[in-house]
Design a protein around this ligand. Structure first.
Ligand SMILES: Nc1ncnc2c1ncn2[C@@H]1O[C@H](COP(=O)(O)OP(=O)(O)OP(=O)(O)O)[C@@H](O)[C@H]1O
Ligand SMILES: [Mg+2]
Length: 217
């Protein structure tokens, strides 16, 4: 199950079917993989997705450690729902941020407080605090959605390059923010194509395990 391997001729295979050959013109390896992996994620069904989301969230709690400012996300489509984790972290005193997409599609993500905290104004009435917008480099850790991941910490996203552009300041060995992928086991493959701009993950947490210690491979 979940077999994704490099065949002797350099092609990559999923469950016996050739998915991409880097040398074949006109074949976009990442696009094909996205299609395969999105289908797997969709096939989980809503109830199963909810249960597995909570299991992965519970496991991710320990990975976050003492990071103070944490970026997370509001799930879209069939993505793993991180809300259980966000609520617990918020209750434990971490500051939780969510991404804001810029108007132009090639912009980097900025982050704003999830459920902006309230303050009491001079009339004694509670009002939302002024919106604080920060850069990714001001986060200690970022929890990212993904379409696929491999055992080297390579991330396959939605294809917009948003997270890669947002985290481009890190280079290959950057430390801050730490990048923690949240994923279902069915999104794991042995080997994904990695482009120069792809920022690797620090860890990936699924319903079954925590993957980390990827090194800089
Ligand atoms: N640092 C960067 N600078 C400029 N363009 C970039 C950078 N990173 C990614 N891109 C652009 O984004 C495109 C999509 O990248 P990629 O296929 O890796 O997306 P992805 O990681 O799946 O998407 P996302 O991060 O939105 O989930 C690339 O083809 C590239 O043109
Ligand atoms: Mg990428």
């Amino acid at each position: 199950m979940n077999l994704w391997f490099e065949a002797k001729d350099g092609t990559a295979q999923v469950e016996g079917a050739s998915i991409f050959s880097p040398d074949v013109e006109g074949i976009d390896a990442k696009a094909r993989l996205r299609a395969v992996l999105r289908r797997r994620r969709r096939q989980l069904g809503a109830g199963q997705r909810r249960r597995l989301s909570v299991r992965a969230c519970a496991r991710a709690r320990a990975v976050v450690g003492r990071a103070r400012r944490i970026g997370a996300y509001l799930p879209h489509g069939f993505e793993l729902d991180p809300e259980w984790l966000m609520r617990r972290l918020e209750r434990a005193g971490h500051d939780i941020y969510v991404p804001l997409v810029g108007r132009r599609s090639d912009q980097v993500l900025r982050f704003t407080r999830w459920r902006a905290p309230f303050l009491t104004n001079r009339y004694g009435i509670r009002e939302p605090r002024r919106r604080e917008i920060i850069k990714a480099s001001e986060l200690d850790l970022i929890i990212v959605p993904l379409v696929g991941f491999d055992e080297r910490g390579t991330r396959l996203g939605q294809g917009g390059g948003h997270y890669d552009r947002t985290l481009a300041h890190l280079g290959r060995s950057g430390l801050r923010p730490q990048r923690v992928g949240l994923a279902f086991e069915c999104q794991r493959v042995a080997l994904l194509p990695r482009d120069r701009h792809d920022v690797p993950l620090t860890a990936v947490v699924t319903e079954d395990r925590v993957y980390r210690g990827f090194g800089s491979a």
